[in-house]
Design a protein around this ligand. Structure first.
Ligand SMILES: *Cc1c(COP(=O)(O)O)cnc(C)c1O
Length: 434
């Protein structure tokens, strides 16, 4: 049974009218409640955010923007969107916000549509070293219809910034290829991003700077990572990762002319009707992120990531770049066990109730379906109330499961210990623990 009363209530409601859907939801509620979520891009939203999504705002078409809709009856939808936009601007300290993108990838696609023409060149990080598929993957629109050029990390193990962005090399790539747009911001990069440095490079080669802060948005909003403003011309993000809102996207800028292009690109360029129930939930999440408690939360996310990285290092794992500045880390499994792959580690840990994702490490000798690494993040476990005190325990479980190569007896033992910890740290909104 799901502990969280919102999910439990909906399971009850569905049981009467749609038992099949009820079973699926109940199982997922129980899975989330009883496992340790270490996927760096996931989080547990508050009851307020969860409730705001499940509302009558989903019934309505609100194509257009506040004050300029293509449908009648939008008075309160205008208010919902204005609330979300105003809070987003306050949160990130910028002039213009578009809260309608359905996801982070949509926000990036809208940016391309607004600022580039098919065939135009843009620069992004080598995808295998931490980038996102919307930053130029061959099978993604960004890689099919545009011309990505890639900048590297430092790959020399003796370099003081080993596995961190090689800004000088990025500058050279950009001066050579003259991209119209430079993207920074990543999916698996554990270090602070120097937005000012990227802006210098952009200015030098006549490019616009696009910061995609999908992962670190919560840390940026709370001042725990430097802001991309005033350096970036466009900032995109998801709202569901460290920002702890509903699943969705957001586009921000300080430039009025660019804001108009972005608005037209989101609607009618990319999307039809906005998901207004999600827009209301974004407003609620931004309201939460504006509170002092959110800063405390983000600080704990980072403290937990550091503690987890340290504990794993103590067990003989290598943390890429030697550590983390943010909410995530890449664990290179090779020094602990040369045979161990990210794919096996992910599968074995899941059986023990520890949810992770395999991830390539920089210059990974293995392909993306296997990999030599795991990406771990602390946003979700920090929401559940875990602190540095629990990180050695989690690292110890990870090492026990991987050291035993997923052995059933060991995995079952750890599964039970994980259940006990989860019961002591319920998900937000959960009632009395089981
Ligand atoms: C997660 C992520 C996105 C995309 O988010 P979706 O909501 O899944 O489309 C975009 N950029 C980066 C860097 C990300 O990590």
């Amino acid at each position: 049974m799901a502990n969280d009363p919102i999910t439990a209530g909906i399971v009850d409601l569905l049981r009467a009218c749609d038992p099949e859907a009820a079973r699926v939801l109940e199982a997922e509620g129980e899975r989330q409640e009883s496992t340790i979520e270490l996927i760096a891009s996931e989080n547990h939203v508050s009851p307020a955010v969860m409730h705001a999504m499940g509302t009558c705002l989903t019934n309505k078409y609100a194509e257009g923007y506040p004050g300029a809709r293509y449908y009648g009856g939008c008075e309160f939808h205008d208010q919902a969107e204005d609330l979300a936009r105003e809070r987003a601007k306050q949160l990130f300290g910028c002039e213009f916000a578009n809260v309608q993108p359905h996801s982070g990838a949509q926000a990036n696609a809208a940016t391309f549509l607004a600022l580039l023409k098919p065939g135009d060149t843009f620069a992004a990080l080598v995808l295998a070293d931490g980038g996102h598929l919307s930053h130029g993957l061959k099978v993604n629109m960004s890689g099919k219809w545009f011309n990505p050029v890639f900048y590297p990390l430092h790959y020399d193990a003796g370099h003081p910034q080993f596995e961190q962005i090689d800004y000088d090399a990025a500058r050279e790539v950009c001066l050579e290829h003259k991209p119209k747009l430079i993207m920074c911001g990543y999916s698996a990069y554990p270090r602070t991003i120097d937005f000012a440095r990227f802006r210098e490079i952009a200015d030098e080669c006549g490019a616009l700077l696009h910061a995609d802060i999908a992962h670190i948005a919560g840390l940026v909003a709370s001042g725990e990572h430097p802001s991309p403003f005033p350096h970036a011309h466009v900032v995109t993000t998801t709202t569901h990762k460290t920002l702890r809102g509903p699943r969705g996207g957001l586009v921000l800028t300080n430039d009025e002319d660019i804001s108009k292009k972005l608005n037209r690109a989101v609607f009618p360029g990319m999307q039809g009707g906005p998901l207004m129930h999600v827009v209301l939930a974004k407003a609620v999440a931004f309201g939460e992120a504006l509170k002092p408690e959110f800063k405390t939360y983000c600080r704990q996310v980072i403290a937990n990531a550091r503690a987890l990285a340290q504990s794993l290092t103590d067990h003989g794992y290598r943390i890429t770049s030697g550590g983390t500045d943010n909410h995530l880390m890449l664990v290179d499994l090779q020094p602990r066990d040369a045979e161990l792959t990210g794919a096996d580690a992910e599968t074995w840990l899941e059986r023990a109730g520890i949810i992770t994702n395999k991830n390539g490490v920089p210059q990974d000798p293995r392909p993306p379906k296997t990999t030599s690494g795991l990406r771990l993040g602390t946003p979700a476990i920090t929401t559940r109330g875990l602190t540095e005190a629990e990180m050695p325990t989690i690292a110890g479980w990870i090492d026990r499961v991987l050291g035993a190569k997923g052995d059933d007896a060991v995995t079952s033992e750890v599964r039970e210990e994980v259940r006990r910890l989860c019961a002591a740290f319920p998900m937000p909104g959960a009632g009395v623990t089981a």
